[in-house]
Design a protein around this ligand. Structure first.
Ligand code: UT7
Length: 311
């Protein structure tokens, strides 16, 4: 099967940024605790924006950066846990807002923080069957909607934002492995009509799982492709906690510099975290043609996935 090429990236953030100090006026916490335990200094929070408006803005930015016509998009995928509507899908609403014509497959992916990576694999599988050249993949979240601002162990961790990529089918290397544990207790949020809709999490259990899941994801993708970290230019982890990434870095001693971290000003943006990181890397000129990156993520489910991508 052909791989995929990342053609362009885009992102969108709310105007309002909330510092750790501001949160410490709401719950019993401190900037010092949050920075040392998570690496987070601030996060963005929607006021006038919503999950959908962020998704549309990030998608528009990616399309403009790709320099393609909207008519060349045959697939729209949106990964989110905080969509404006239970239905229709965010993907269909992005289609409507961008005026993309009807000959398109559009649907959402529900896999919490792993959603964007599952979306990449889905785009890779579907693109060769579609009549048009490009897929638009968006990861968008308004997590402030489902944060319990009385729970200091979760409210400091999450932020709002959106990232998007345009991809096309290409003879570029793409290799992905994914897993699911079928676990509801470690990390969850009720759906509409089932009582309070807040993130509930066993932080230390998720922390331990995250370190081993991302280590496994990176190790197995390398082994299966007969590669080592020497062959990899960048590792883009789901940005959930800088200490989680720190533990994973220590498993790959000597290659710590290859791990990208931008959690300090975004916090954990769930399905948006990896596409936001890709856009930041792209804007910094660090997504170089011919290089190899590994994107690795985990989330509620518990699910996890690792993708080797040749740029
Ligand atoms: O996208 C995936 C979603 N989630 C994650 O990846 C989260 C993974 N887990 C984590 O990032 C960490 O477990 C947390 C940041 C949530 C918590 O950090 P921790 O170092 O594991 O702290 P802890 O839960 O072991 O709590 C240690 C102490 C407790 O106090 P006591 O019982 O020792 O007196 C907590 O009550 O820290 C306290 N604590 C806080 N103190 C100040 C918990 N949250 C806070 C806070 N400010 N915000």
């Amino acid at each position: 099967m052909k791989g995929i090429r990342i053609v362009a990236t885009g992102k969108a953030l709310p105007k309002k940024s909330v510092s750790n100090e501001e949160l410490s006026s709401i719950v019993e916490t401190s900037d010092e605790w949050i920075v040392t335990r998570t690496g987070i200094h601030s996060r963005f929070q929607c006021e006038e924006e919503s999950c959908l408006t962020l998704a549309v803005e990030a998608a528009r930015a990616a399309i403009e950066s790709a320099g393609i016509s909207k008519e060349e998009i045959g697939l729209i995928l949106a990964a989110s846990t905080t969509s404006d509507y239970a239905f229709p899908s965010t993907a269909c609403m992005v289609q409507q807002q961008l005026g993309i014509s009807e000959e398109v497959t559009a649907f959402d992916i529900s896999a919490a923080c792993t959603g964007f990576l599952f979306g990449l694999g889905t785009a890779r599988a579907l693109l060769p069957q579609l009549p048009k050249r490009y897929a638009l993949l968006v990861g968008a979240e308004q997590l402030s909607r489902i944060i319990d601002y009385t729970d200091r162990s979760t409210c400091i961790l999450f932020g709002d934002g959106a990232g998007a990529v345009i991809v096309e089918s290409a003879d570029h290397e793409f290799y992905q492995k994914s897993w699911s544990r079928g676990d509801v207790s470690a990390l969850s949020c009720h759906g509409p009509g089932l009582g309070e809709q807040h993130i509930r999490m066993n932080g230390s259990e998720v922390f331990r799982f995250a370190v081993s899941a991302m280590e496994q994801g990176i190790t197995e993708v390398l082994q299966d492709r007969n590669l080592t970290m020497e062959d990899i230019d960048l590792v883009v982890c789901h940005q959930a906690n800088a200490r989680i990434i720190g533990h994973v870095q220590r498993k790959f001693r000597g290659y710590e510099d290859k791990f990208f971290i931008n959690i300090d000003s975004y916090a954990n943006t769930s399905a948006a975290s990896i596409p936001l990181a890709l856009d930041d890397l792209n804007k910094a000129g660090r997504l170089k043609g011919g290089s190899r990156i590994i994107c690795v993520g985990f989330g509620a489910g518990l699910t996890w996935s690792s993708a080797l991508i040749e740029l």
